[in-house]
Write a protein that binds this ligand. Sequence first.
Ligand code: CA2
Length: 145
Amino acid sequence: MKILVINGPNLNMLGIREPEIYGRETYQDLLEYIKTSAAELGADVTCYQSNHEGDLVDQIQAAYGVYDGIVINPAAYTHTSVAILDALKAVSLPAVEVHISKVSEREAFRQISYAGMACKKTYAGFGFAGYKMALEFLLDFERAE
Ligand code: CA2
């Protein structure tokens, strides 16, 4: 199964600040974790990160016909981007939303997720492990199809 993992703005800064929320591991560590998890689970994973909303929309669109599923942490765009929601709906690929932190216990402005409205499942507050859970979910989902 070919899965595109998309990370949104500032996630490339992981490990640099706010370790109490996002941990001490870096974005490179996250890429390693996803690669190792994918190898273990037998998924073919490509990772993409951008700080730009339009680039994230372009990547989601480009996934159509190429990937079998999407794992997405849209970061701050989670709470603002109807464009990302529309792109996920447009490609209609099975998608899973991931957040490193437990957004449900954070500020009021983080309580809405537009992207989540187009996702089959959300994993939030599990740190990096949420990405592996998302890959497992997509593999199980494909098997059940
Ligand atoms: O918990 C998550 O994964 C988030 O998607 C992370 C976003 C935040 O806006 C969402 O509400 C929840 C922020 C990513 C920025 O990460 C930083 C990394 C280092 C230093 C500061 C922020």
